[in-house]
Design a protein around this ligand. Structure first.
Ligand SMILES: Nc1nc2c(ncn2[C@@H]2O[C@H](COP(=O)(O)OP(=O)(O)OP(=O)(O)O)[C@@H](O)[C@H]2O)c(=O)[nH]1
Ligand SMILES: [Mg+2]
Length: 401
């Protein structure tokens, strides 16, 4: 699973990316600072199972800080998108190509309304981030429509002459875009289009189909960035009122806090509503003032900087993830070496113990017999859906033999 950070130029995508990954890619107050995509690892945070079990854990594939489990997740930061990108303006299709593999999107917008459509600085509050969301999504949809249009007549004729089902042909064409057959089925149904008569689809139908296909295959959350600015409040309300899943965000503030925490100057957990200064002597008055501003203009107003919340929302709300902990010894909640709660996996809601087995290793999936809910000491059949926070032992025929 991977999340793409998209948006028009100069809204703070790379700042968000750096804050989430603690990498150091270029950020600057002008459009198209980013050209090539930046790939990095962020962390999904969730209350660790060690808390309710009252055990001390030894994480292996993830980390645990004060009963919060941090699970690595992939993110990609891409170039900004301008109107006409689908026709090659700005950096054009390059951007779109770079988010092919994203399963969900965080769309960063300038909630301060201080950058125009091209990402050029403008008077604060003069721009409407809702129109930015609209054009960014429209560019994506036109790009997808054009991809489909390229050989739509051929696809449609092949399908209708019995040369193959539309769903199969489309599935194959779109698999490189992270679009699966279930997305295509759902999109056709929602757009009111019949997959068995594709020759009847007009260009407008294809655009409508592309829109729903994007919504199905790349759901998005809006990171209303620059929320430290006074004009952000009104715009956050505006975006929320339009029915969008919105997280007020201050990427620059998060970056400051995380870097200070990394240097042990402050104690700060990503996503927290406050921080504590640890090493006042190594902070100069300017740095202290900047930290105080973050507290006053971001944390006290919004409750957090929003960066961690946006990452969590992408994996938990958009991708409907749950976190489960496979173990080999269900009485000690450990692996064979005695590491307690060593691994945490993100699975899609509704996944079963058998799905977990397959996620760990295809061999384990193939030899799966049953699971054991280690918290409750209960047997879990192949169809039993797991819950967030479950600790599960997989019993397989391979192990027995
Ligand atoms: N006030 C404020 N400014 C921010 C915040 N986050 C980013 N910025 C500023 O926004 C400008 C653009 O930041 P970038 O991270 O380079 O933006 P981008 O969207 O990656 O830009 P491109 O790569 O050019 O598309 C920089 O001047 C940042 O300092 C924030 O939370 N608050
Ligand atoms: Mg950038």
């Amino acid at each position: 699973m991977m999340v793409g950070i998209i948006g028009k130029p100069n809204v703070g995508k790379s700042t968000f990316f750096n804050a989430a990954t603690l990498l150091n890619v270029p950020m600057a107050n002008y459009p198209f600072t980013t050209v090539e995509p930046n790939f990095g690892v962020a962390y999904l945070t969730t209350e660790c199972a060690c808390k309710s079990l009252g055990v001390e854990d030894n994480p292996v594939n993830s980390r645990c800080v004060d009963h919060t489990r941090l699970i690595p997740v992939k993110v990609v930061d891409v170039a900004g998108l301008v109107k006409g990108a689908a026709e090659g303006r700005g950096l054009g299709n390059k951007f779109l190509d770079n988010i092919r593999q994203a399963d969900a999107l965080i769309q960063v917008v300038d909630a301060a309304g201080a950058t125009d459509e091209e990402g050029i600085a403008a008077a604060e509050g003069s721009q409407n981030p809702l129109s930015d969301i609209e054009f960014v999504e429209r560019e994506f949809d036109i790009w997808l429509q054009q991809l489909l249009l390229k050989d739509w007549q051929k696809i449609a004729r092949t399908a209708e002459s019995g040369g193959g089902k539309t769903i199969d042909i489309l599935g194959e064409r779109l698999s490189g875009l992270g679009i699966a057959e279930r997305h295509i089925h759902a999109a056709a149904e929602k757009a009111g289009l019949k997959l068995d008569v594709p020759t009847g689809w007009s260009n407008d139908d294809l655009l409508r189909f592309s829109t729903v296909l994007r919504e199905e295959s790349k759901p998005s959350v809006i990171a209303a960035n620059k929320a430290d600015r006074p004009s952000a409040k009104e715009n956050v309300e505006r975006i929320k009122a339009a029915g969008r899943l919105t997280i007020p965000c201050a990427a620059e503030a998060e970056l400051l806090l995380r870097r200070a925490a990394e240097k042990k100057l402050i104690r700060y957990t990503p996503g927290a509503s406050d921080f504590e200064v640890l090493d006042k002597e190594h902070l100069n008055p300017v740095q202290l003032k900047a930290l105080e501003m973050v507290r006053e203009k971001v944390l006290k107003i919004w409750g957090s900087t929003g960066v961690q919340q946006a990452i969590n929302s992408a994996y938990l709300d958009l991708l409907q993830g749950i976190v489960v902990y496979p173990v080999e010894d269900e009485s000690k909640f450990s692996d064979k070496k005695g590491n307690v709660l060593p691994d945490a996996y993100i699975l899609k809601k509704g996944s079963t113990a058998k799905d977990l087995a397959y996620t760990i290793h295809s061999d384990l999936g193939e030899t799966f017999l049953y699971g054991v809910d280690a918290k409750r000491g209960m047997r879990l059949g192949a169809d039993h859906p797991l819950k967030n926070g479950d600790v599960v032992k997989i019993v397989s025929s391979a192990k027995r033999g």
